[in-house]
Design a protein around this ligand. Structure first.
Ligand code: SF4
Ligand code: SF4
Ligand code: SF4
Length: 841
């Protein structure tokens, strides 16, 4: 190319066209030709320019830490500003392809500038214009940022968690919507993080560097000016956004006036800024953003016009993803709290699987967070601490604490149960044990023995239908356990062991069943009821269990899993007409401390406690088995969530109950115990030649008495199974579930048995008390019921037990009476047998 051709090229293709021909000829005559291979640096940022470059052919790219990258095309003049202003180079330039360039070295260019001052004049003017353009661009960007700032979404919160086919489909729908950048409707129930799915679409698209804004439709102005802008006023959000992505969140809450605007926007991608009344309508503008609509309800006007529809499945149909979600939330929350990551047990997961999660992921996250707070440094999330709210309504409950504020006051006072326990029971129990060991050995002469068999048993049994497991709140065995625990920690400061829950859940019940069976045999073979020191040994045996396990494990492990009396109490407590529970709504929504469970310092109205001694949470109790009515939770709760309710007796047995096989075994053991206590009557009635004075036959007959009664219910269940074969519509429960139907009868049988002792001997306590100390109590008042009265009361109790057992069976099975006839007959037969041995006529 000669000089003239070069001048023409410069005039036509480069920014030097501002200069006159004479100057261009002077420049052209000094240009040196350069060829540079691809991927070479021709100028380097922050260095002095080598000279002025003019790109003739090829592609260059500018790279800089501060400025955005951009490409340069043929005709670009390089380093002009730097040479005129005598500054270092602003950006590194790299050849993307082989490039041809012209170069005027710095010295030669400076000579030209001094020779032709028009060069600097022309380009100074251009520089001023550029600076003006840049600053107005900057002002516009700042204004735009100010408008968008409150709505900007910087990133997606998380990806799609899970491996189910629903999760896979969701991922592919997001990918598709991100690729085509057309309108999307994300639709689903509350709590499914639909706005996060919208964000994933944006950040998965090619426009991920453009802004993403989220508008909450419930707060949009009905005039639409915030969204569309005003004629002559500041730009609306759509204009300020430009090519980004616009999420209309909660579109079901959109003001109705704006629905046609959104429909038009989705359909035509155009809108008109809002004009004042009387002014002509503003010309339409084009929306360059991708529009994503998020809704909880179907909106027919939008459903039909969007290009992509994503239906987000609720958590209850994605149960396969539940484990992944739980683990994800555990890591997230543990990381944010800076604690070691916890593990979730399979039982806990199973419990969650059975729940429907009406509030979906939001609810699951709250649940995991609550469980982690309750962990107290533990590393295992068990089913006791991760519990969903129950969906069943709390029907037929009357909170006695609200009805009788005095009761609340008493139960929160130090009197219940600490002052009773430490002020009275502790000493009284020691005294009773002493009297049993050192006093006379028969019931007619030892008041402690009389108290145990003729008072304690009937009172505890009568108490179950009214106050459940209340005995355990004032039980002396455990008071000694608590004393041992405190004393041993004081003497040997250490951290008590955590509960081996899995083993205890599997085997604890069977341990207490076995111990109870041995105690019953011991009682029968060694005549404990009439041998004071052996009765004392029995009491000490249970106390020793409580003391040993309290010294080893934290809280009341013995009471929760191992105590035979506790097992019986927990079982019969299910029939109670009262219950202690907490309001699940309050616990889930308001509580962050869970002091009822964990314990802790005073907070608001909540007192300082060590937390539930049984590691039960009052809001998750499904039956009375695991609550000893100690009222620790009532004292600890700062939110008045704990209730003490009056309820239909035993309602949990046909609503929330979970059956346990060891408990059913214990139930029939208690049934057998009634027959065991009446072996002489059985012998007479059946006219059998038993020799109960010989230990070995006595032992075998006792074992038979304990175990044979269960065969009647088993036979009845076989018949029920037979009926099921004939009537396929009849859905029968398992034996373990239906067996709880016998519970009222078993309680009635035991009560009827102990009524005789209570009503014939209990009233002799005063003369017996004197006889204990070798004094003559003749003449002291005695209250003894007539045998006919006792018989009448025993019979009434048995009939009441029979009727309630039949009703309970119906309630548990929820089947027609005729299908359950075998069990009803079994209840009838057992009632007759019990009547025969207890009442006797
Ligand atoms: S479970 Fe046993 S030791 Fe514990 S409080 Fe109840 S009766 Fe007493
Ligand atoms: S009972 Fe009270 S302390 Fe316990 S979780 Fe509920 S509100 Fe919190
Ligand atoms: S739930 Fe409450 S009343 Fe029941 S044992 Fe636990 S702390 Fe005591």
């Amino acid at each position: 190319m000669d000089v003239q051709e070069l001048v023409t090229w410069l005039q036509e293709r480069s920014a030097l066209s501002l200069l006159n021909r004479e100057i261009l000829e002077a420049i052209a005559s000094r240009l040196e030709h350069r060829r540079v291979e691809a991927q070479n640096m021709i100028v380097t940022e922050a260095k002095s320019p080598e000279g002025l470059y003019i790109l003739r052919s090829g592609h260059l790219e500018a790279e800089s830490d501060q400025l955005r990258s951009y490409g340069l095309l043929p005709g670009s003049v390089i380093n002009l500003q730097e040479l005129l202003l005598n500054k270092p180079v602003r950006q590194t330039l790299v050849t993307l392809s082989e490039c041809e360039l012209w170069l005027i070295k710095t010295e030669a260019f400076n000579q030209l500038v001094s020779q032709y001052p028009e060069i600097s004049q022309a380009f100074s003017q251009q520089l001023v214009e550029e600076v003006e353009a840049l600053s107005s661009q900057l002002v516009y960007e700042q204004e735009r940022l100010l408008i968008l700032q409150p709505y900007l979404v910087p990133k997606a919160r998380r990806g799609i968690v899970g491996r189910s086919r629903y999760a896979v489909r969701l991922r592919s729908q997001i990918k598709q919507a991100a690729k085509n950048r057309q309108s999307v409707l994300v639709f689903g129930e509350p709590g499914l993080e639909k706005d996060n799915i919208a964000a994933l679409i944006h950040f998965g698209s090619s426009e991920r560097r453009k802004p993403l804004i989220k508008l909450d439709c419930s707060t949009l102005q009905t005039s639409g000016s915030e969204l569309l802008g005003r004629v002559g006023g500041k730009p609306g959000l759509i204009e300020a956004l430009g090519e980004g992505t616009l999420i209309f969140n909660n579109v079901h809450d959109l003001p109705p006036e704006l629905l046609p605007v959104i429909v038009n926007l989705v359909r035509t991608k155009t809108y008109s800024p809002v004009s004042r009344p009387g002014e002509p309508a503003a010309p339409t503008k084009t929306c360059e953003a991708q529009i994503i609509i998020v809704s909880e309800k179907a909106i027919s006007e939008l459903n039909s016009i969007v290009d992509n529809l994503i239906k987000v499945p609720p958590l209850r149909v994605r149960k396969a993803d539940l484990e992944d979600w739980v683990k994800y939330y555990i890591s997230l929350i543990c990381r944010s709290k800076g604690i070691e990551k916890a593990r979730v047990t399979p039982e806990a997961l199973r419990r969650l699987q059975a729940y429907d999660f009406p509030n979906n992921l939001r609810e699951l996250r709250n649940l995991v967070e609550r469980a982690i707070i309750q962990l107290q440094g533990g590393l295992e999330i068990t089913e006791e601490i991760i519990w969903p709210s129950q969906t069943k309504k709390k029907q037929f409950r009357l909170n006695l604490l609200n009805t009788y504020p005095g009761l609340r006051h008493f139960l929160r006072s130090p009197w219940w149960p600490d002052r009773i326990n430490y002020g009275f029971t502790l000493t009284a129990f020691a005294l009773i044990i002493g009297v049993l060991f050192f006093g006379p050995q028969t019931r007619s002469e030892n008041f402690a023995l009389n108290l145990f068999w003729a008072w304690w048993w009937p009172i505890v049994l009568i108490g179950f239908p009214f106050l459940g497991r209340v005995w355990c709140a004032v039980c002396p065995f455990m008071i000694y356990g608590e004393v041992t625990q405190k004393l041993s920690l004081w003497l040997f400061p250490r951290k008590l062991k955590r509960w081996p829950r899995e083993i205890a859940e599997d085997w604890g019940g069977w341990f207490l069943f076995g111990l109870f069976a041995l105690i019953l045999l011991w009682e029968e073979l060694w005549d404990l009821t009439n041998t004071a020191y052996l009765s004392a040994c029995l009491l000490l045996l249970i106390t020793a269990g409580a003391m040993i396990f309290s010294a080893l494990f934290e809280r009341r492990f013995w009471c929760r899993y191992l105590c035979p009396i506790g097992g019986m109490n927990g079982m019969f407590a299910k029939l109670s007409m009262t219950e202690l529970r907490a309001q699940q709504g309050t616990c889930s929504a308001e509580c962050t401390t869970y002091q009822c469970y964990k314990g802790g310092p005073e907070k608001g109205e909540g007192m300082a406690t060590n937390g539930c001694p049984l590691y039960s949470h009052p809001a998750q109790l499904e039956d009375n088995r695991d609550c000893v009515l100690c009222m620790t939770c009532l004292k600890a709760c700062p939110h008045r969530s704990v209730e003490f309710n009056l309820r239909p007796p035993g309602i949990e047995l046909w609503t929330t109950h979970v059956s346990r096989s060891y408990e059913v075994a214990l139930l029939f053991l208690m049934l057998g115990a009634v027959f065991l206590h009446h072996l002489p009557e059985l012998q007479t009635q059946l006219n059998l030649p038993w020799n109960l004075l010989q230990p070995q036959p006595h032992l075998w007959i006792s074992v038979a008495a304990l175990s044979l009664p269960v065969f009647i219910p088993l036979l009845a269940h076989l018949f029920i199974q037979g009926i099921r074969q004939v009537f396929p519509n009849f859905k029968s429960c398992s034996f373990v579930e239906l067996a709880y139907g016998y519970l009222p009868l078993v309680l009635a049988g035991n009560l009827a048995h102990y009524l005789r002792l209570g009503l014939s001997e209990g009233g002799r306590i005063l003369p017996v008390a004197l006889a204990t100390f070798g004094l003559d109590g003749e003449g002291l008042p005695v209250l003894v019921a007539h045998p006919a009265v006792i018989g009448f009361l025993q019979g009434t109790v048995l009939i009441f037990g029979e009727i309630t057992a039949i009703i309970l069976t119906q309630k548990i099975a929820r089947q027609s009476f005729k299908f359950l006839l075998p069990q009803h007959l079994a209840i009838g037969i057992l009632t007759v047998c019990l009547w025969q041995v207890i009442v006797g006529y």
